[in-house]
Write a protein that binds this ligand. Structure first.
Ligand code: FRU
Length: 472
């Protein structure tokens, strides 16, 4: 699998479609795979939802509930409409002809009908023209779409999902352009705290495909600004780059549609890989996974308004308590977690740095192998170092360390980690800094160390949970 697609909540079910090649673990003619969940934690796999047809392969896109049957597909009742990219291979060329199409379902996403009028948007000026994300614009009572077109995002509107009018474009000289722009999303959120408190802002999420000379590979950025139903304007100078994730493996993330108002959360899920090595990761029988779903909020911080991520609270149902400690003085060379050898863990910790140079975790350790997730006080950075994480030789860029600025609050640093068999997701500083990374540890690497370096660290609180399997 690659990108998450068509996430929508309808009649008690969260739908997750995804870019899927049924024939192989290598990217190829794309379909939409399908899974549903009632709690965002346990998923039921359903048959493939959309298959390639005469208009091409099924690339990324979104799905919405057409509550008022604006499309006329549902005889007056609500139903699901998928809006996606058809990518038609061109003879003798690597490029495909990309256009936007519709499919609809009146049985809760179990079966889909291709719209006879496909495609609904074409524009041959753009070779890259894809990944429509549609939402209901309540203020103007019409549909809105954001679409990626190479080096910019295009905005459209429609009364019925079938007839689309072009509105504007954004991004030619804004933000990061280390590759082709893909998988946009646009939504409004209230701003919490500080000076921005009480106002609402629009967030435009844009993924960036990996140009070969960009060592970090594919990454996702976001813009904060305003949107009037026609035009998006960023609040920040054009050269500002805001990264959604500081790890290497959170790409193409977009948010769920139609979350009920009484819930009100903006939920995002990303594809936990990177085009640099997505087709080479050392897995068997399957390849590709999603991140933990995250709740997005906006907070006014000293540097400006920032996107904050928190793991969904539903995931707490997997917890089995292993360790709980508070107010512990940890000296270099001691490891309070030496007895733990678990594949999947959740950890919440709050450090008071005192005079230590570093503190954090050595994960999946055994012999020389380990993955380090730690805070470095001299540079005020959080980092993941996966250089010695296990199998790394499938791609030259995989063995690496990445750092992100994280300012301690009252001398304290908080980390919230989810450690799975082949990934780690770190939410730090109350969710303002997030790092998501794949790891391929060797079978014997099951140790975990909590360490302080340079001097003692005070562990204000530490909670370690074993995580039950979601497939159990
Ligand atoms: C992003 C992406 C999308 C495209 C899909 C094809 O990872 O390249 O732009 O629709 O993957 O699988």
């Amino acid at each position: 699998m690659n990108d998450p697609n068509g996430m929508v909540y309808f009649e008690g079910e969260y739908h997750l479609f995804y870019q899927y090649h049924p024939e192989s673990t290598i990217w190829g003619p794309m379909h939409w795979g399908h899974a549903v969940s009632t709690d965002l934690v346990h998923w039921e796999q359903l048959p493939v939802a959309l298959k390639p047809d005469h208009n091409g392969y099924i690339f990324s896109g979104s799905a919405v509930v057409d509550w008022n049957d604006t499309s006329g597909f549902f005889g007056g009742s609500p139903g699901l409409v998928a809006v996606f990219t058809h990518a038609k291979p061109q003879p003798g060329s690597e490029e495909s002809l990309q256009s936007q199409s519709l499919a609809y379902s009146s049985d809760k996403g179990r079966t889909w009908t291709m719209f006879a009028g496909n495609p609904v948007i074409t524009d041959e000026r753009f070779a890259d023209f894809r990944d429509p994300k549609v939402f209901w614009d309540k203020e103007r009572s019409r549909w809105a779409m954001v679409l990626a077109a190479g080096d910019r995002i295009l905005f459209y509107s429609s009364p019925d999902l079938k007839d689309w009018s072009y509105c504007s474009e954004f991004g030619l000289n804004e933000g990061a352009h280390m590759g082709v722009w893909e998988c946009p999303d646009l939504f409004e959120l209230p701003v919490e705290g500080g000076e921005g408190g009480g106002i609402r802002k629009w967030v435009l999420v844009v993924s960036i495909g990996a140009d070969p000379d960009f060592p970090e590979g594919s990454r996702t950025q976001y813009f904060i600004g305003s949107y009037d139903g026609t035009v998006f304007v960023s609040d920040n100078p054009a050269e500002t780059i805001l990264w959604l994730d500081h790890g290497r493996d959170n790409y193409a993330g977009v948010s769920w549609s139609d979350i009920p108002a009484m819930d009100g959360r903006r939920l995002l899920i990303g594809w936990m890989s990177n085009w640099k090595y997505a087709n080479q990761t050392p897995t068997d029988a399957w390849r590709g996974a999603m991140t933990i779903p995250r709740v997005l909020t906006l907070r006014s911080e000293a540097e400006g308004i920032r996107l904050i991520q928190a793991p969904i609270q539903e995931i707490r149902t997997l917890r089995e308590p292993l360790v709980e400690m508070s107010d512990l003085l940890l000296s270099p060379g001691h490891n309070p977690l030496a007895h733990i050898h678990e594949g999947c863990l959740e950890i919440e910790v709050e450090f008071e740095l005192l005079a230590a140079t570093e503190c954090g975790f050595s994960l999946k350790s055994g012999g020389e192998k380990r993955t380090v997730v730690a805070y470095h006080s001299g540079t005020e950075t959080l980092y993941i170092d996966r250089s010695l994480s296990g199998i790394t030789d499938f791609h030259e860029t995989f063995a690496c360390r990445h750092d992100a600025r994280l300012i301690p609050k009252q001398g304290c640093v908080r980390m919230h980690l989810f450690i799975d068999h082949s990934s780690v997701e770190v939410f730090a500083g109350d969710g303002s800094v997030v790092m998501t990374d794949l790891l391929f540890p060797e079978p014997g690497s099951s140790g975990i160390e909590l360490f302080a370096a340079g001097a003692n660290v005070r562990i204000r609180t530490l909670r370690v949970f074993r995580l039950q399997s979601v497939w159990g």
